[in-house]
Design a protein around this ligand. Sequence first.
Ligand SMILES: C[S@@+](CC[C@H](N)C(=O)[O-])C[C@H]1O[C@@H](n2cnc3c(N)ncnc32)[C@H](O)[C@@H]1O
Length: 285
Amino acid sequence: MTAAHRPKLGTVEETLLITLYGRAVETRDPEGLLDDPAAVAMVEAIDYDFSGFDGKPSLLGACARTLLFDHWVRGFLTRHPDGTVVEVGAGLNTRFERVDNGHVHWIDLDLPDAIALRRRFFHEDEEPRRQMLAASVLDTAWMERAAQLPGPWFFAIEAVLPYLAEDQVRRLIGELTRRFPGSRLATDSNTSATVADQDGHDVVSLMAARFDWACDDPRELEGWAPGVRLEESRSLAQLPEELLAGFSPSRRAWLRMAAETVPEKIDGYRLSLYELRGAEAREPR
Ligand SMILES: C[S@@+](CC[C@H](N)C(=O)[O-])C[C@H]1O[C@@H](n2cnc3c(N)ncnc32)[C@H](O)[C@@H]1O
């Protein structure tokens, strides 16, 4: 193996190492939630002290969340096998490897530091349907690239928007709805109580980056732009049965226990799927 790579990441970009580590830890555990050997290899190749994350419950939560996002992306690809998925704030996520159906077009978008690290491990020239873009989600130039790919579009924005300010999230939702009618967007959000309590969060408290956007009701986004419709919103205690069926008994027990012992933490974190119907959409009668 080559010498370990010391990543140069800004504060918000560094958070991608938490979720990466979660996927590696769960892969190494025979009872783990997922199988992501690439995550194990990347953790081994990156010179970073991951030990501070050991044993933190949020690692499991992050893996359960990513599996729900996979489930939503698979559902989208069943209906639109040739559509486009934009993985916003991709970090070192391997969703493409997990859900590729041989047809989907795919963009992995992240800030320049994160994409520089990603390029050490992922090679876009190996798969013409896939590309990486180094940009902020708040720039609109990437949307022009995405618009050139076949629609409809699925925007998987996992563990990214909580770090942005509300007005930035509002502008983004408005822009995506206007430009990509008929698309889907999956994201996560924290209630204001969770944001206020973030210094007590098991892994966020270890990082310099801080949550900003707070959302007490995922339906709020429906009022932000015409044609935004909340399709599904779940806490980690409300995962779909078909997903839970694939979890080991120990992981199902862990989710049950978390819901019983820290219900305010579990309820204060929502995973939501929206339809961006666009301004022309009429409300169903
Ligand atoms: C907690 S990590 C999640 C990474 C990945 N989604 C996952 O689940 O493994 C947050 C990611 O959001 C990215 N990010 C934060 N702000 C961003 C922005 N304005 N534009 C694009 N990506 C951003 C970070 O660089 C980082 O990769």
